[in-house]
Design a protein around this ligand. Sequence first.
Ligand code: PHE
Length: 455
Amino acid sequence: MADKREKFGGRLAVILAMAGSAIGLGNIWRFPYMVGEHGGAAFVIVYVIATLLISLPVFLAEVMIGRRSHTNARDAFARLSRQHPFWKTTGYLTILIPTLIACYYSVIGGWSLGYFIQSCSLSLTRMPPENVSRQFGSFVSSAWIPVAMHLVFLGVTVGVVAGGVKSGIEKFSKVSLPVLFVLIVLILAYSVTLPGAGEGVRYLLHPDWSELTPRTFAYAMGQSFYSLSLGMGAIITYGSYVSKKENILATSAGTAVSDLLFAILAGFAIMPAVFAAGIEPGAGPGLIFQSVPYVFARMGATMPVLSAITAILFFLTIIVAAMTSCISLVEVGVSFLMERKGMTRGRACLVLFLVCGGFGVLCSLSFGPLSGVTVAGMSIFDLFDWVCSNILLLLMALLVVLFVGWILPRRVVYDEFTNGGRLRLNHLLFPVFWFLIKWVAPVAVVIIFFTNFIL
Ligand code: PHE
């Protein structure tokens, strides 16, 4: 039975698939904006430290749970805890969270598709710049167009997942990841050569140490978790497709470095352009769907061809980055339905399409006809995002670190970390990892959780 399970084809394939999951909207809109708001280069330094000391160990913990249990995220906890009822229930959470996220993540994927089409038809770069912001508002509230785009985006995503681990996910990541890096470098080249771009470069590079408060640390950790797809079952699921021979420290570090590199490139691709156009960098979807399109529209008057091409490439980058992430979200539920409910991959994909598509439609419509429906003052979309990113994700990350640090026997963790003692460097680093996962990571996750609420 275990042998029939699919596997990734080697180290590069593992890194590309995991980096595909990690590199997403978090890198493109959230990271650049957070760097600027929280002390520029000072934030980047904190972010790198948080990634090395906390997120990387948590990432390793997730890969370990997946690889050791060799099954879907729901059964992983049950199997490794010998069917303990608490951990069996935890397993369900690992299926629920990514499925909920896929619902609204694919809505934003759909918006990128809409903007990509507008860029191709040149309507974006020919628009008077002052209309760009209003146009975003009317696009997202226009009901059926964003709903259709969301369903197309989700349909293609699920289509890739239906192709299987090797010929769907692995193949898609092998092509799309290198393409993403090339695209972001092209956009960066356009951006830093715009007149006035220097201000944006300074925004990212200037270290403002006075901005470094406890809150900054919490933000840096939260962002690093989100960016590495932690606490959502995605890395556990991908970990279950990693071969026993693989060095998981090397693959995890490779993924973390790619993710960080992409985030920094995205920062330098976006901020200089935004500053060149003389606008304030805003948070959230506004940055990529209002500020950046404004730049394209403004530059469209003087450099129509170059701006149109860059706009097309920019939205293509977002679509591909969002899709590789969404694939990893959908795969969690698919592997669960296949292994637990005995469904074929095709049928499991169909179920996920219907569930995420259905709830996603509600999220999408919450910008338009359903904008009046609110829970605790939040629209349906905001509610999904808030519950997932601020509560469930951190809860899940805490459970993961407690599971590996306190429930799994040290011997098992050592065995996974060093491949039975065969990897010398890993053997030497194990005490560090063990200390971080047992003590530092749980405290850090609890701190982020409370900081999000209290501060
Ligand atoms: N890491 C992705 C990003 O940066 C988001 C994500 C989280 C994707 C969890 C999959 C699973 O956008």
